[in-house]
Design a protein around this ligand. Structure first.
Ligand code: NAD
Ligand code: DAU
Length: 369
């Protein structure tokens, strides 16, 4: 039986991971630590409430005394580190929190893990620090460039990407210098249930359902490599189970799309779902689809994101060869599942939307500028 500390476990990927892990490894202890920022939501974990193996702790990864007491009290031997500020636009707007959490917070976790796991007589016989990172650390690709491999040089372009790159380097250094048993995964764009509606796919779905403009940055030609969140969780599981200590693994979907193609696919799906289910017209009366109009009428080209990376693509050959990693969800099925979840969970997304941030986005990314 392992005892996990899952940081950021009330966020999008962390909560999906906690639900995945509780089902697959029901005997493991699952301690979720989350600061409950705007992106964290305890409601994401409601299915775990009542399990003897589960404990939720509201706290900050930068709180040294809290982390130390948690690790000792709970005999933590596996940290799965998701906690981060994760949205690129917010890092352009207010970068400080990204340095605080992603750099200093990660360093605090490493520091305490080193002390508890490497310097104490009662240290566990096995330990692991699994660091969850992003493909954005590699920078941007041109149309004919090969996809990112684990040996692609780091070239982060946004404050978010730079803060994640710094955290990756710290994780690597704590292995190299102190012998901490670490693994790192760098993943492409995730989508699925519980994703905060500031990221492309859930934002477009919410705006389509509520009749708001669907803001496409620049000309919509930017490319991302999309992965259904369960496939990312399975990839992290494989890295923990089979990954080599001190190594990094790229996880991706082999699934590149331009933003405008994604947005148009969402529009088509929504038109079809409304045509097949007349009840949706009264649930979402402001959606163009409720009046039989094409959802695409909401697409609005707006000012581009500052420093906008043009293309990301992951080469996951190493994870495939060494860990047997393969995504199982197709983009078609993953998008359908995500849409169904958003339609079934209107109260969730209505509750989490943040008015002041939406105002900033509308001011900075408005049509015609
Ligand atoms: P998210 O923003 O949905 O969730 C982040 C969680 O961390 C939230 O619950 C938040 O409350 C918590 N948190 C923030 N600051 C904290 C602090 N100081 N102490 C404790 N908890 C804190 O993010 P996500 O999309 O689920 O991403 C999770 C991780 O995966 C991040 O490290 C991100 O860089 C990485 N990642 C994300 C993607 C993606 O497409 N979303 C892709 C690759 C990697
Ligand atoms: O690649 C992994 C990264 O993917 C993660 O590390 C980040 O945490 C995650 O936020 C995501 O970063 P992106 O910047 O790629 O995701 P986002 O959903 O913000 O944007 C996806 C693309 O869509 C990007 O090219 C910008 C564009 N976009 C986004 C929004 C929110 C729009 O055109 N309009 C929008 O309103």
């Amino acid at each position: 039986m392992r005892s996990l500390l899952v940081t950021g476990g009330a966020g999008f990927i962390g909560s999906n991971f906690a639900l995945y892990w509780a089902e697959k490894y029901p005997d493991d202890r699952l301690v979720i630590l989350d600061a409950l920022t705007y992106a964290g939501n305890k409601a994401n974990l409601v299915e775990l409430e009542g399990l003897d193996t589960y404990r939720f702790v509201h706290g900050d990864i930068g709180d040294q005394a809290l982390i130390e007491s948690l690790m000792l009290d709970e005999k933590i031997d596996l940290i799965v580190h998701f906690a981060a500020e994760s949205h690129v636009d917010r890092s352009i707007h207010e970068p400080d929190a990204f340095i605080q959490t992603n750099v200093l917070g990660t360093h605090n976790l490493l520091k305490v893990a080193r002390e508890v796991w490497l310097e104490r007589d009662d240290a566990p016989s096995w330990h692991r620090f699994q660091h969850v990172s992003t493909d954005e650390v590699y920078g941007t690709l041109g149309p004919d460039d090969p996809a990112f491999t684990e040996s692609t040089a780091y070239a982060p372009n946004s404050p978010y990407a730079a803060s994640k790159a710094a955290s990756d380097h710290l994780v690597r250094a704590y292995h190299h210098t102190f012998g901490l048993q670490v693994t790192t995964s760098n993943c492409s764009n995730n989508y699925g249930p519980y994703q905060f509606p500031e990221k492309l796919i859930p934002l477009m779905i919410v705006n389509a359902l509520t009749g708001k403009p669907m803001p496409v940055y620049g000309d919509g030609s930017n490319i991302r490599d999309w992965l259904y969140v369960d496939d990312h969780c399975r990839g992290i599981d494989l890295v923990i189970e089979k990954g080599a200590i001190g190594e990094t693994y790229n996880i991706g979907g082999n699934n590149e799309w331009t933003n405008i193609d994604i947005v148009k696919q969402i529009c088509t799906h929504i038109d079809n779902i409304f045509a097949a289910d007349s009840e949706l017209r009264s649930t979402f009366p402001d959606a163009p689809a409720a009046a039989g109009k094409p959802t695409e009428s909401l697409i609005t080209y707006v000012k581009d994101r500052l420093g906008h990376d043009w293309r990301y693509a992951i080469d996951a050959t190493r994870a495939t060869n060494e860990l047997n990693y393969e995504p199982v969800e197709t983009f078609e099925s993953g998008l359908q599942r995500t849409l169904k979840w958003m339609l079934d969970n209107e109260s969730w997304w209505r509750a989490v939307m943040d008015g002041s941030y939406r105002d900033w986005i509308e001011k900075n990314y408005s049509a015609g500028e």
